[in-house]
Design a protein around this ligand. Structure first.
Ligand code: TNX
Length: 538
């Protein structure tokens, strides 16, 4: 009787969950064999996880708790329905996943692989599970069907990143966590957090309280519109920042998502918010405001001893907050006018036998690199750090195109590709006239999908220095959370597939296949309450 009751409840209350879901996976696994039949998951399903893979079982349990109201029963490997175990023959971050009618068997060599096996499992589970349960909780009898299949999977690139600029517009920690969770779902492993810029300093530094008291706020704000529309300047105080406690909370959350955070502290350029807080950090010593327009500004950090002391003290507070190996030090768009007119800078150029101001920038970055290396961390810089000579251990983020990355790889430096041509999600994504104002450019979904992070100019050995790629989300023209998501989705789906699978080998066939999965995946984005651009691209 109870069984019949359960069956009826299952069919009626959970019909949305009980259907055999289509297999819609993004990024696409390297190899997949689909079979007939299902595995049935319910509250009696049991789980065995090797202790080092708990990041994966914790995720699965939280996911089920949120969407179905139960966690799985832990049991021995012999008795478990779902097994996550070690198999050193699996590639780094890869996994083997076999689903039969009574067992789900996952084999991995590292925790990252275990996490990605569970992300795949999640995408195989009914979409309804993404929606948090109503407060009254789950239905005891809920059952969820997972198709029987075998997957062998691993990433092509070790670095799979997304960036977010929280300076031009500020986004609170809850949104940042959602952003990280979304990139983890797509098997991306790095979040580049652009924390400082001319328009706002966003991280609490205890030794320099003015950085956030003054530097995190600006007095005039243009909510994402063009200079020729002065009526859109509302003149209100705008800003915000993360306390060190907030940062710790986000870092701890990112760890549960297998995501490493790279903080960026910009230098020597894009430093107007810092200089407005401490004018002595600039070459003129004059009080300047936090920038209220977009662009590139003349006031940059002055290469004085007190500036280096300041930056070292800042980094001394930043580095312990982030467990990852990298600190991004910016290095882009630093006009040299102030350094040309500064006697101290000219003397330094002579004393250190430098060629010119570019040599001085290189000296600046070298010095910071030495400091960061001495603390056991490595630096990443935008491709301008090539000018005047690369710091010896620096990784280069190639943004102005692929050339910076090519040059750096040839000099045996690690590279992350983020060229404006394929990776700038602040660019327009369609030609529709009602697109919200963007910074310019044109980067439709299809073009993102066509990206090849490995330039043909590199031979096989040189190509090994290309660690991967990243999409950048600069927010000058992106004032709201909803608009961030609109610019990111669905383009992040294409980027995730490029960095996971490697560039498409047969674009004419692969793109339509990808596109049809995107259309289906939008239902999952809906369930996750993600505001994607839902144009039906060709
Ligand atoms: C260039 S990419 C910048 C950013 C802007 C972006 C707008 C880079 C290293 N610098 O400061 O926000 O263009 O697309």
């Amino acid at each position: 009787m109870r069984t019949i009751y359960t069956l009826i409840l299952t069919l009626f209350s959970f019909s949305v969950f009980s259907q055999n879901p289509d297999v819609v996976l993004i990024p696409k696994p390297q190899q997949l064999t689909l079979r007939d039949g299902n595995f049935t998951l319910d509250k009696n399903t049991s789980l065995f996880t090797a202790p080092e893979f708990e990041i994966a079982s914790n995720f699965l349990n939280e996911f089920l708790k949120n969407g179905a109201g139960f966690k799985l029963q832990n049991t021995s490997k012999e008795d478990a329905n779902i097994i996550i175990e070690k198999d050193t023959s699996q590639p780094s971050e890869g996994y083997f996943l076999d689903i039969s009618n009574s067992k789900i068997h996952i084999k991995v060599s590292d925790a990252s692989g275990a996490f990605y096996a569970i992300q795949t499992l999640r995408q195989l589970l009914p979409i309804g599970l993404e929606v948090p349960l109503a407060p009254e909780g789950g239905v005891e009898s809920a059952t969820f069907l997972i198709p029987q299949l075998t997957i062998t999977d691993f990433p092509k690139f070790a670095y799979r990143g997304m960036h977010l600029d929280v300076s031009r517009h500020f986004f609170d920690k809850e949104f940042v966590k959602k952003y990280i969770a979304n990139l983890a779902m797509l098997k991306m492993n790095t979040f580049h957090w652009h924390l400082t810029d001319d328009q706002g300093w966003r991280i609490e530094i205890k030794k320099y309280p003015e950085l956030t008291a003054k530097g995190a706020f600006r007095n005039e704000t243009r909510i994402g519109h063009y200079e020729d529309k002065p009526e859109l300047y509302d003149g209100k105080r705008y800003g915000g920042f993360y306390t060190q406690e907030d940062i710790k909370e986000v870092v701890a959350f990112a760890a549960t998502q297998n995501v490493t955070i790279i903080p960026e502290i910009e230098m020597p350029g894009h430093a107007q918010a810092a200089i407005s807080s401490y004018p002595e950090l600039g070459c003129t010593g004059k009080q300047i405001p936090v920038a209220t327009t977009w662009g590139v500004f003349e006031d940059i950090f002055c290469p004085k001893e007190e500036t280096f002391t300041f930056l070292e003290n800042v980094l001394n507070e930043v580095m312990p907050l982030f467990p990852g190996e990298y600190i991004h030090i910016g290095g882009d768009e630093a006009p040299k006018l102030r350094w040309k007119n500064c006697a101290h800078c000219q003397q330094l150029i002579k004393d250190k036998n430098l060629k010119n101001e570019h040599g001085l920038q290189s000296y600046f970055i070298h010095r910071i690199e030495e400091f960061v290396n001495s603390k056991g961390k490595k630096i990443i810089g935008w491709d301008e750090i090539l000018e005047g000579g690369l710091a010896p251990n620096a990784t280069v983020m190639s943004w102005r195109g692929m050339q910076g990355g090519i040059d750096a790889a040839k000099q045996k430096h690690d590279v992350i590709m983020t060229p404006v041509s394929h990776c700038y999600f602040d660019y327009y994504q369609s030609e529709n006239l009602d697109e919200p104002t963007a910074i310019g450019g044109f980067l439709p979904l299809k073009k993102v999908y066509s990206f090849n992070p490995i330039p043909h100019e590199l031979d096989v050995e040189e190509a090994k220095y290309i660690l991967g790629a990243q999409a950048n989300v600069w927010t000058e023209y992106i004032p709201t959370e909803k608009q961030v998501e609109y610019m990111v989705f669905p383009r992040a789906l294409a980027m995730s597939e490029v960095v996971w699978n490697g560039p498409s080998k047969d674009f004419e066939k692969d793109y339509p296949d990808f596109f049809s999965r995107v259309e289906d995946f939008m239902k999952r984005l809906d369930a996750l309450n993600i505001n994607y651009a839902n144009y039906l691209y060709e």
